[in-house]
Write a protein that binds this ligand. Structure first.
Ligand SMILES: *Cc1c(COP(=O)(O)O)cnc(C)c1O
Ligand SMILES: [Zn+2]
Length: 421
């Protein structure tokens, strides 16, 4: 099976372009990468992956600069439409590390990307591919962050953008970004999954180029999260992390990190048993992946009604499940769901270490705490938690989770009196 950790280097098909091609994960059919617009397999409608003739080892990146394009040799193009995404911090959190009780805990804060989420890593590649393909309009369905990133990278690339958002379910910061960067914003009377169904139909009809994570090129950019985490752990601990815990919505990141690690195993930079255990976290009200992992299922059952205050992962039909489920399974990882209360507690815990994240991001830390308490994560593990978006993305959630402002009179004595109460 092409998605196994021990898969061999594939043979280069005739339709490869400069050693790059697309391959169906279900039937193995191959396609030229930039000749036609295509999101899934012509033969069987399976998901596609980008494949390479010649992949770099970890050592090959030495001296290659910073950020996503440091890893250009593992990407389908040499350069992107860029605002210097990537190279995000891998924060130490000593109090949280001790409190949760693991050997090492680091927070990979993807909220420190240019538009405040990891979506930028995918868009710098995806929008560049769109230019290569010569398409006109770009589009996505979004719980918010994809639309912010698409609007920003689309405008940087000089292209028209269209975003479909579930009405009333997108955090304020994200709409503001899409709006100012000049996207046409369509507020759909339906949930995210309905928006994605519609935008896929628009894309099939040639109305727009789809930049959701169904687009295999976006996931190539997101691989770089995994590469940065490995390099950071190797520099600081001389070993890769035992486990990476991440929030799961459409499971694009889970798929992308797994692909990054598979490619490193292929070139001999990583042993199969060294690959970090990919551990997904969902909100209780939107946990179809957790259900599938718990049942040992090969497919995910679509949840029609989903609800959580972590709006970025309010998704009932994770489109990348066929790529992500093997990733969780083959790395010995797992998946767990957490309540909205647990998410908010973790958001406060991170804030207490000076790290500001939006609710969905905090799910990773909430999930780690729960798995540690249940003894599924051991106390000798070195763990990276991914926090996917910045606090300012969802100012309402932050204000609701934080302290209330206290009204005081405009004079010092009155304030001193108030403080002494
Ligand atoms: C998009 C997003 C997610 C979900 O990521 P997937 O790759 O779709 O699983 C999680 N958190 C935030 C903040 C996001 O913007
Ligand atoms: Zn196929």
């Amino acid at each position: 099976m092409s998605l196994s950790l021990s898969a061999d280097q594939p043979t280069v098909p005739d339709d490869a372009d400069d050693g790059v091609w697309l391959e169906c994960i279900e039937c193995g059919e191959t396609f030229a990468p930039f000749d036609d617009v295509r999101y899934t397999c012509d033969e069987c409608d399976g998901l596609l992956e980008v494949r390479y003739d010649d992949l770099p080892t970890l050592e090959d990146y030495e001296g290659q600069g910073q950020g996503v394009w440091r890893y250009a040799d593992a990407l389908p193009l040499e350069e992107g439409v860029t605002t210097q995404e990537g190279a995000t911090p891998l924060y130490e959190v000593p109090r949280l590390e001790e409190d949760i009780g693991v050997e090492a805990l680091r927070i990979k804060h993807e909220g420190m990307n240019p538009t405040g989420s990891f979506k930028d890593r995918g868009m710098t590649v995806g929008v560049a591919v769109a230019k290569e393909l010569g398409v006109g309009r770009l589009a996505c369905a979004s719980t918010g962050n994809t639309s912010a990133a698409l609007a920003a990278y689309g405008s940087r690339g000089g292209m028209e953008t269209l975003v479909l958002l579930p009405a009333g379910k997108v955090a304020a910061g994200k709409i503001a970004q899409a709006s100012l960067h000049g996207a046409r914003i369509l507020e759909v009377d339906g949930n995210f999954d309905a928006c994605l169904d519609i935008v896929q139909e628009l894309a099939q009809q040639g109305e727009a180029y789809l930049l959701n994570s169904l687009n295999p090129f976006r996931l190539e950019g997101q691989k770089t999260i995994g590469l940065e985490i490995l390099e950071g752990f190797l520099a600081d601990y001389d070993t890769v992390p035992d486990r990476i815990v991440l929030p799961v919505g459409n499971a694009g990141n889970t798929s992308a990190l797994y692909k990054a690690f598979r490619e490193l195993v292929q070139v001999g930079s990583l042993e199969e048993d060294e690959v970090p255990k990919l551990t997904g976290v969902q909100a209780e009200g939107a946990a179809p992946m957790v259900e599938a992992v718990e049942n040992g299922a090969d497919e995910v059952r679509r949840w029609e009604d989903v609800e959580t205050r972590a709006t970025a992962i309010r998704i009932g039909n994770p489109v990348n499940a066929p790529k992500a489920l093997p990733g969780i399974r083959e790395t010995g990882g797992t998946a767990i769901s957490v309540s909205d209360e647990e998410i908010t507690d973790a958001q406060r815990d991170l804030a207490g270490e000076g790290i500001g994240v939006e609710p969905a991001s905090a799910a990773s830390v909430a999930g780690l705490r729960k798995l540690r308490a249940e003894g599924i994560v051991d106390d000798d593990e070195r763990v990276a938690c991914l926090t996917t978006g910045h606090l300012l993305k969802d100012p309402d959630a932050a204000a609701a989770a934080g302290a209330e402002p206290e009204p005081v009179p405009a004079e010092t004595d009155g304030i001193l009196e108030h403080l002494s109460e």
